[in-house]
Design a protein around this ligand. Structure first.
Ligand code: TRP
Length: 336
């Protein structure tokens, strides 16, 4: 029998920037977990195109990549009938709330953000105010939906902390307006390292393409990259300090097969790295195959994508506008 007092599901929100095809690392570390999270919680997921323009974008490319990442969110298995899936720029409340929150955020706080320091060094010719205020926009994304949980990687932890600080500050002045979000730390979010330089995180901006597997790499490309992954001279598949290359491949294999490190060590006992790499490559190919196949179907159906985006923006606006209105009243905007 259904419980009469069914508890409200916690809300979870995350966003992904439309800056190129995500990597196997993005997939295993984050995206793969989103569909089960959307089942367990009340979910909203967005393509963060407003964030993308903090570095210069080519318009046609940004437009194409936004549609591609939206298609990817569907391809990984998020269900637009159960979960809000939208494009950030299509919900004006994000930019509106971000402005208000800018006025509740200190210059000093933003100056301390490590990602700002890194990005302003990397884009020294375009250290714009949007790049500086990027975490405030991210806070607006989260707070508009009154999200309880935000799944974030290590690189976004500091931004979530700031979102909490801004929310607490605002609530301290105006009463309970915002839910204070917590980081959602996944069970087995895998940290995938570069295949060529396993001390470094796998990244789509890696200048050496051999170190990175893209979600949409063809099977033969995946096999080739895995086979040329850096290992060590011990020739024994075991998880141990100093074996970064093998540890990384074991982590990837574990994530794709669900096997524990001990089970993997047993499976490859007495076998060489050659056999191991073939199995890892095959496991990655099988892991990504359904995503790629669904993606190819979805990206070619522009009418469907448009429909999903419109429905998502409408649902997202419904929630976001309620929070925005409350904020506007609190700060004293005249709403005639
Ligand atoms: N800044 C995040 C990233 O680059 C993307 C993002 C934007 C986000 N808004 C968010 C993540 C809100 C979580 C919640 O990865």
């Amino acid at each position: 029998m259904e419980s009469v007092t069914e508890q409200r599901k916690k809300k979870i929100l995350s966003c992904i920037q439309p800056s190129g095809i995500p990597t196997l690392g993005n997939y295993l570390g984050a995206l793969k977990n989103w569909p089960p999270l959307a089942e367990e919680f009340d979910g909203a997921f967005a393509v963060a195109d407003l964030h993308a323009i903090t570095v210069r974008q080519e318009p046609a490319k940004l437009r194409r990549q936004t549609a591609e990442v939206l298609a990817l969110l569907l391809a990984i298995g998020l269900d637009p009938d159960k979960t809000i899936i939208f494009v950030q720029s299509q919900v004006p409340a994000h930019a509106q709330l971000a402005w208000v929150l800018n006025c509740f955020t200190q210059f000093g706080e933003m100056s301390r953000m490590t990602q700002f320091k890194d990005k302003s060094a990397a884009h020294a010719d375009n250290v714009n105010v949007g790049l500086f205020a990027y975490p405030v926009l991210m806070a607006a994304d989260i707070l508009l939906y009154q999200a309880d949980l935000v799944p974030v990687g290590a690189d976004q932890k500091q931004h979530l902390e700031i979102a909490r600080d801004i929310a607490n500050r605002f609530n301290g002045i105006y009463g309970d307006v915002f839910t204070i979000p917590d980081a959602y730390i996944g069970k087995s979010g895998e940290r995938v390292m570069s295949l060529q330089n396993p001390e470094k995180k796998m990244s789509k901006s890696d200048p050496n393409p051999k170190g990175t597997i893209s979600i949409f790499d063809a099977p033969e490309v995946i096999m080739k990259k895995v086979k040329s992954a850096v290992t060590d001279s011990e020739a024994k598949v075991r998880f141990a300090e100093g074996k970064d290359g093998i540890n990384n491949l074991m982590g990837i294999y574990s994530c794709c097969t669900g096997l524990s490190m001990e089970e993997i060590e047993r499976e490859f006992d007495g076998k060489g790295y050659g056999d191991f790499k073939v199995r890892v490559g095959e496991a990655v190919v099988e892991e990504l195959r359904p995503v790629r196949e669904r993606y190819e179907r979805i990206i070619s159906d522009k009418a469907y994508l448009k429909e999903v985006a419109e429905k998502g923006a409408e649902a997202a606006s419904g929630i976001a506008d309620r929070t925005l209105k409350k904020v506007m009243k609190k700060v004293g905007f005249w709403i005639p």
